[in-house]
Design a protein around this ligand. Structure first.
Ligand SMILES: Nc1ncnc2c1ncn2[C@@H]1O[C@H](COP(=O)(O)OP(=O)(O)OP(=O)(O)O)[C@@H](O)[C@H]1O
Ligand SMILES: [Mg+2]
Length: 322
């Protein structure tokens, strides 16, 4: 598939989702970019800001298999992965596959389950395989997780362990409606739909084969110059070396930024990455991987602030440096 086709289909996907999830095309575009590189996305924001709506909309328009798991305090790893069950009649153990055997896993309110259950996702998110009672099974392609959670200060939540957070390519916040007319548009749309869940009417825009071709085009047809590689590496190092930082973004974070920047370029119909692609995704790809020293996080400094400081500090290559 040509990059221009990736761009056209992306436009259709974004248009379809923006019919139901109103007011923030930037977050739609970014989540799409993540999906195009098999990236897991964490939607984090306060209740009622359309996180579930957005994740659900995606699973519908991609024409992929999807399963939703509502994370609760009593959810067990086996409820996600599956389990082996003894069959009396055959005298053997039979594998009963859990909801993880899908293309898009919607992990709703992921921080309401205890760490043990969250960890059940780790292997799948990184390696696209699961191990059930010693047996390792590959997941179908594509596979990625779209998870939602409320900010950590909410009661009854278990903060995601750092290792788990690092496996999310992007952390996106949906945000409050920006203007009065955005706010009204949501109300007026509800009056028009006459139902609470508008995603039931969303038709797939692509099928699995086409989606895989889009992914392949992003992987194989987008050029990244040496100067852009250097820009990403310097940016990540500048964030890591900030004196307020206890643990900085990992090489996995740098790779995430590289991959998603390629997808961002492809969505715009460009077959090469420019520094603006990198800038656009830097906060979403890196901020959640940064742990601040206690005294600074106490003061309210965030990973996002550290990434913004690194962006200010890092020399932006010009095209002639390519
Ligand atoms: N930007 C938006 N456009 C259209 N509808 C929206 C938007 N934001 C919220 N809504 C509507 O508000 C309601 C709540 O949205 P949703 O369930 O997706 O929130 P949430 O972020 O998942 O909340 P929680 O954190 O409590 O799970 C839904 O009916 C949804 O359709
Ligand atoms: Mg929700």
């Amino acid at each position: 598939m040509e990059v221009i086709e990736v761009s056209e289909l992306s436009r259709e996907i974004i248009d379809a989702i923006s019919e139901v999830y109103l007011g923030n095309n930037d977050v739609i575009t970014k989540a799409l970019a993540a999906a195009l590189v098999n990236g897991n996305v964490l939607f984090e924001d306060h209740p009622g800001l359309g996180k579930t709506l957005l994740a659900k909309s995606f699973s519908r328009v991609f024409g992929l298999k999807y399963r939703r798991v509502q994370f609760t305090p009593d959810l067990l790893p086996a409820d996600i992965l599956g389990t082996k069950v003894w069959r009396q009649n055959t005298g053997t153990f039979e594998l009963v596959k859990g909801p993880i055997f899908t293309n898009v896993l919607l992990a709703d309110e992921i921080n309401r389950a205890p760490p043990k259950t969250q960890s059940a996702l780790l292997e799948a998110m990184e390696e696209r395989q699961v191990t059930i009672e010693g047996e390792t099974l590959q997941l179908d392609a594509p596979f990625f997780v779209m998870a939602t959670q409320n900010p950590l200060e909410y009661e009854g939540t278990y903060p995601l362990p750092e290792a788990q957070l690092d496996r999310f390519l992007l952390r996106l916040s949906t945000g409050y409606p920006k203007t009065l007319s955005d706010e009204m548009a949501i109300l007026e749309a509800r009056l028009k739909w006459k139902k609470d869940d508008p995603t039931v009417d969303l038709e797939p825009v692509v099928d699995r084969e086409t989606f895989l071709e889009m992914q392949f085009a992003v992987e194989s047809s987008i050029y990244v110059s040496k100067s852009v590689v250097k820009y990403i590496a310097e940016l990540v190092r500048n964030a890591r070396q900030n004196e307020m930082v206890e643990a900085g973004p990992s090489p996995r974070g740098a790779l995430a930024l590289l991959k998603v920047s390629k997808a961002g370029a492809a969505i715009e119909g460009r077959d090469f990455v420019i520094p603006d692609d990198v800038k656009r995704f830097a906060v979403d790809a890196l901020a959640h991987r940064i742990v601040l020293k206690a005294e600074y996080s106490f003061e309210g400094i965030t990973g996002e602030a550290v990434v913004r400081m690194a962006l200010d500090k890092t020399h932006v290559p010009k095209e002639s440096e390519g």
